[in-house]
Design a protein around this ligand. Structure first.
Ligand SMILES: C[S@@+](CC[C@H](N)C(=O)[O-])C[C@H]1O[C@@H](n2cnc3c(N)ncnc32)[C@H](O)[C@@H]1O
Length: 362
């Protein structure tokens, strides 16, 4: 493993003392680049914006669990330089897609050519039954034909390919699934023209991908941060770490993508923090690593949540992270979720969703 070399690491900035975390009326992601793919655990871009707007332009941000790149993408709108780390290859493609510039016209032209090529080449491969069961047979053939060309695609086109697969799976099953979880197979499945879904998505999101050269994305394990990033170099760490009910970031739609890719999901899972038993130890390591790379006066901001245990007791995420190491946070702010689609379920189940924002200053 090699220390990164980047001109992002140079400038000196002094972060603001205290940040304000507002309660928002709606936290739904706006019509934006974030709808490219339904990434599990994706945070609200509206919330990311209100937090990032308080950071000093020109400062250097690290998101050690960048996922689909919500924070990295939004940081660019505030002139903030950003480094994103994630150990899930799907997250890396999405983060790169959202933070690298594209030429809209050339991308549309290139994608049309890819579609024409995929129609000409009759794929001799087929999808495993674990995937094909989710799609109408004809839609599946189109998906396989496009997947065969994925090495010719840019990160943006590949991210659209992944997003279009998810949307088509929902459509083939009559939109009975939610945007974030795979549901039951509804027969007879509907035929959806995958090429149309791909092109419509590609055009729709392209105007939002306006990145410059200010973001660097690295596929690595966040437990190794100090081997990658020089000590005392980061102004802000802002992240939503893996949840402590140990969500599987290779499941649901991601499982379909990895099976189409022929990737070994168990190998990917091994590099991720998603084991409840070792969660505390893993997060201890990450926090100590972060302390090393954050500048004196820099800040670490974790957006975390509660965990409901099997016996009904609730562990407060803010308290958990406050007691994790001898590095005590300066403050914790608690908020209730509002405006999410799951509000409906919150009402039915009579539950309230809470999250805590834990802030450490170095
Ligand atoms: C809550 S999600 C982040 C979501 C992101 N903020 C977004 O809006 O898409 C947590 C992320 O941590 C990543 N992760 C889990 N263990 C990791 C590790 N050891 N190193 C790096 N990333 C890891 C997962 O792949 C997942 O993308």
């Amino acid at each position: 493993m090699k220390m990164i070399e980047s001109n992002l690491l140079n400038d000196k900035v002094t972060p603001k003392e205290t940040l304000v975390f507002k309660h928002l009326k709606s936290v739904n992601n706006p019509n934006s680049a974030h709808a490219i793919y339904p990434y599990r655990g994706k945070i609200s871009a509206i919330d990311a914006r209100q937090i990032l707007s308080q950071f000093i332009p020109g400062s250097l941000l690290l998101d050690p669990f960048c996922g689909s790149g919500t924070i990295l993408h939004e940081a660019q709108h505030f002139g903030i330089r950003a480094i994103g780390i994630d150990n899930n290859p799907l997250a890396i493609t999405l983060s790169m897609a959202k933070s690298q510039p594209i030429n809209e016209k050339e991308t549309v032209e290139h994608s049309k050519q890819l579609i024409e090529k995929s129609k000409r080449v009759n794929p001799d491969s087929s999808a495993p039954e674990t995937v094909s069961k989710y799609f109408h047979e004809k839609t599946m053939q189109q998906i396989i034909a496009m997947f065969n060309l994925k090495d010719e695609m840019s990160n943006y086109e590949r991210a659209i390919l992944y997003g279009a697969v998810c949307l088509s799976a929902r459509a083939c099953n009559h939109y009975k699934w939610t945007s974030s979880s795979v549901g039951k197979i509804i027969t007879p499945q509907r035929y959806v023209d995958f090429y149309n879904v791909f092109m419509a998505k590609l055009i729709k999101h392209s105007k939002f991908v306006d990145g410059g050269e200010r973001v660097q994305v690295i596929k690595e394990d966040a437990r190794n941060i100090s081997k990658l990033i020089p000590e005392n170099s980061i102004d802000y760490v802002y992240t939503s770490p893996p949840y402590f009910d140990a969500l599987d970031y290779t499941s649901y739609y991601a499982k379909i993508i990895y099976e189409l890719e022929g990737s070994d999901r168990s190998k990917i899972r091994k590099g991720l923090i998603q084991n409840t038993l070792s969660y505390e130890q893993d997060m201890k390591i990450v926090l100590s690593e972060l302390r090393k790379v954050v500048k004196e006066g820099g800040q670490v901001i974790f957006v975390v949540g509660d965990k409901k245990m099997k016996d009904g007791t609730i562990i407060n995420g803010g308290q958990f992270f406050s007691n994790l190491t001898d590095w005590k946070p300066d403050y914790v702010v608690e908020r209730e979720y509002t405006g999410t689609t799951s509000q409906v379920w919150d009402k039915i189940n009579n539950t309230k969703r809470k999250e805590q924002i834990v802030v450490w200053k170095n």
